[in-house]
Design a binder for this molecule. Structure first.
Ligand SMILES: Nc1ncnc2c1ncn2[C@@H]1O[C@H](COP(=O)(O)OP(=O)(O)O)[C@@H](O)[C@H]1O
Ligand SMILES: [Mg+2]
Length: 219
């Protein structure tokens, strides 16, 4: 089993959006998935509860219970646990980072998000966990060129030595629309442009988490 912690010291950056999309992407590709919601707001839970038909399993829990939940999930043959976290409760975030094989920092290309990323990256480094940035709610490129805000964010993240996942999630209404019915943007009909982003994001994360495991086993 692999565990992803989705974190950011900033509310509204898109943690729950990314957590639910990754959980759904893995579920749709046949993996057994558990979404552990450690945010008292229960945003991710509300989305998944509104879903019709099969979906990831859901645990409304807290950081302190993650270890027990991990042990139970391993016994239940869960392939992937995705932990959604609150923005401000330090303890909850630390528990999630400790439990994680991979931390995903969800950041918008704004000054305040980047300032918060400095704190988050310090916790992740202290706990010696691999971390990748998901740039979210980014404006789309104009005439094929990234906007100044995205360029600045990418430069700042380079200075912070935080690797950024090449798939950037753009600000798109379809992310909000899909959640009204508990779905991923990949499941919208007609297909939304965002569907490709969500699929690419999962492909990258899956490669990071499971690709390496295959090499370990065969090599
Ligand atoms: N890429 C995106 N495009 C458009 N809206 C988004 C995107 N990501 C998140 N949102 C919206 O922004 C708001 C905050 O997102 P959410 O995932 O709840 O953030 P967090 O969990 O970090 O507080 C929600 O209304 C969500 O639908
Ligand atoms: Mg949230």
């Amino acid at each position: 089993m692999r565990t992803i912690a989705v974190i950011a010291r900033k509310g509204g950056s898109g943690k729950s959006t990314v957590a639910v999309h990754l959980a759904l992407a893995a579920h749709m590709r046949g993996r057994k998935v558990l979404l552990a919601d450690t945010d008292a707001q229960r945003s991710a839970s509300q989305v998944l509860k509104g879903r019709r038909g099969a979906g990831p399993e859901l645990a409304e829990t807290s950081g302190a219970k993650l270890f027990t939940l991990q042990l139970a999930s391993i016994r239940a043959d869960v392939d992937l646990m995705v932990v959604d976290t609150p923005a401000v409760v330090e303890d909850e975030i630390s528990h999630a980072i400790v439990a994680a094989d991979l931390c995903l920092l969800v950041i918008r290309p704004t000054f305040l998000d980047l300032a918060a990323a400095i704190q988050t990256s310090e916790i992740v480094r202290r706990l010696r966990k691999p971390a990748l940035v998901v740039l979210n709610q980014a404006p789309s490129p104009r005439a094929g060129v990234e906007t100044p805000s995205v360029k600045r964010a990418l430069e700042a993240l380079k200075l912070l030595r935080l690797p950024v996942i090449p798939t950037i999630l753009r600000a798109r209404i379809s992310y909000q629309a899909a959640f009204e019915t508990g779905r991923s943007v990949e499941e919208l009909d007609p297909p939304a442009e965002a569907g490709r982003e969500a699929a690419d994001l999962w492909a990258f994360v899956e490669g990071f988490l499971f690709g390496r495991a295959v090499t370990e086993r065969t090599g």
